[in-house]
Design a protein around this ligand. Structure first.
Ligand code: PEP
Ligand code: MG
Length: 368
């Protein structure tokens, strides 16, 4: 339990009094959310829902859904997952009550949910009550050459609509069940690259909201937005924004796709590249202002032109870095989202950046 003494709290108050940009946390578990709140996060900026399915029991439920042979089997698997997700979201909403919670719809690179060895295959066959040969064949059929560029994110959501519909229902049912202060969930669509993806998901989510409203007699309030993590989504932000209440830039994937550089394999040559001066720094650790940053600016400008007042944020790993915060402040972003532990440093950095900007405006440097 991190101690928070008076000096720390006073410093945080100063920073908050100065800063202009919001700070949220990336949190998937109740523990993360509690920490986020304690460290002064102004909401959850990214809840990665697929991370809620990594423990053994949950993993089996997810795999049963992935391996469903028929629509009926899939529905049965989803019916098992729905109450789990409803409870997950309800807990997060209760912890964060009064603050926004941005829930990202499933973005599972399939390889993270498939067994990788014989033991895993055998366990899966047992769990699904299927012959080993059958399971092996199906795992092989699902394997992708480039899972990070494969059936991830909204591609899964479009191909198997029931999955996102289940999640939307879990979110709405959880939100209306929290009494007292208002809960306004935010639903975020991952890995978008085309306007039509957003239009399709939006239509389906709206239908689920209407159904839950009918069934419960409670008003369902929510915001729907898009995660901008492909270069195309940044370039086409102008046509995506009319369907989207917010854009959140996911700089992990956006960096991967802008450089054409695997985020999982870059370690092999990164230090050689930095040493040789090819990259000034590891772009996965420090925002690449020149390349990825330009896509952020293009996406922000085109999005806001199409939809004034559009909420803009950054939620990649380096969201809490001072350089990212300075960049996002300059570009007029509403908030950055970073891991809970980095929230205090991010608040401090945001305060310093705002003070520096004000000092600069009051006393511009002499030009000749
Ligand atoms: C991102 O791509 O920047 C992101 C935040 O999502 P994830 O790391 O889960 O792909
Ligand atoms: Mg991503």
């Amino acid at each position: 339990e991190p101690a928070m003494d008076d000096a720390f709290l006073a410093l945080m108050d100063w920073a908050d009094a100065s800063r202009e940009i919001g700070i949220r946390a990336n949190a998937d578990t109740p523990a993360d959310a509690r920490l986020a709140r304690k460290f002064g996060a102004e909401g959850i900026g990214l809840c990665r829902t697929e991370h809620m399915f990594f423990d053994a029991e949950r993993l089996t439920a997810m795999r049963e859904m992935i391996f469903a042979n028929t629509a009926e089997d899939r529905r049965a698997a989803l019916d098992l997952i729905l109450p789990m997700q409803r409870a997950d979201f309800q807990e997060l909403f209760e912890i964060m009550v009064g603050l926004p919670v941005c829930i990202r719809l499933f973005d599972p690179p399939l390889h993270e949910f498939l067994p990788t060895d014989r033991v895993g295959l055998r366990d899966l066959a047992e769990a699904l009550d299927l012959p080993l040969s059958d399971v092996t064949r199906r795992v092989e059929a699902l394997a992708e050459y480039n899972p990070m560029l494969g059936m991830r994110g909204v591609r899964l959501g479009i191909t198997v609509p029931e999955i996102y519909e289940m999640q939307a229902r879990a979110i709405f049912e959880a939100a209306v069940s929290v009494t007292g202060e208002a809960v306004v969930p935010e639903i975020m669509i991952p890995l978008v690259s085309a306007r039509r993806e957003v239009e399709l998901v939006k239509t389906r989510v709206e239908a689920v909201a209407a159904a839950v409203q009918m069934e419960t007699g409670r008003t369902v309030n929510y915001r729907l937005g898009v995660m901008v993590e492909t270069p195309r989504a940044a370039l086409r932000a102008g046509e995506i924004a009319p369907y989207s209440d917010f854009l959140s830039f996911g700089t992990n994937d956006l960096t991967q796709m802008t450089y054409g550089l695997s985020r999982d394999d870059a370690g092999r040559f990164m230090s050689a590249y930095v040493k040789a001066g090819v990259y000034p720094e590891d772009p996965f650790h420090t925002l690449d202002i020149d390349g990825v940053g330009e896509l952020l600016e293009i996406g922000a400008a085109r999005g806001r032109e199409a939809r004034p007042g559009l909420t803009l944020s950054l939620c990649g790993e380096h969201g809490g870095n001072p350089e990212s915060i300075a960049f996002c402040s300059e570009a007029g972003f509403d908030y950055v989202s970073c891991s809970s532990f980095r929230v205090p440093v991010a608040r401090l950095a945001a305060g310093q950046i705002a003070l520096k900007k004000r000092a600069f405006l009051e006393k511009p440097p002499q030009t000749q």
